[in-house]
Design a protein around this ligand. Structure first.
Ligand SMILES: [Zn+2]
Length: 127
């Protein structure tokens, strides 16, 4: 479910183009309405989430998932999200001396109309 993006660059909202994650300041940006949650694998928990995502966060808590299950790439996590939630996994490498890799996940609410267009683009891109 999680889409892997290898990036040292800011991550832009696929819907409106706003910055969602900035390598300098992380999630401390003016988040757009499509931003659902931000997750950093080193912290092992949701860093920030929008009011829209709060009910899902409560469901995740209520499901009493072990902490190790509270990872956005887990199937169960994905099932508890609203339809239209797309999770992007951003992996940054070489941020320190040595082979350090940090994975940040961003949950994006993709409007249905936009999702249809996105799928069409993917189909076209793959011929
Ligand atoms: Zn947006």
């Amino acid at each position: 479910m999680a889409l892997e993006v290898d990036s040292e660059e800011p991550f832009f909202c696929p819907v409106c183009g706003s910055v969602m994650v900035d390598p300098e300041v992380g999630f401390e940006v003016d988040r757009c309405e499509h931003f659902l949650f931000g997750y950093v694998d080193m912290a092992g928990e949701l860093e920030v989430f929008s009011p829209d995502f709060a009910p899902v966060a409560r469901r995740l808590e209520a499901a009493e998932l072990d902490e190790e299950y509270l990872v956005p790439w887990d199937e169960q996590f994905a099932q508890l999200c609203e339809p239209g939630t797309k999770i992007f996994g951003l992996t940054s490498r070489g941020m320190a001396c040595g082979p350090v890799s940090i994975t940040v996940c961003v949950g994006v609410a993709i409007p249905a109309a936009y999702a249809a267009r996105l799928e069409l683009q993917e189909v076209n891109a793959h011929g």
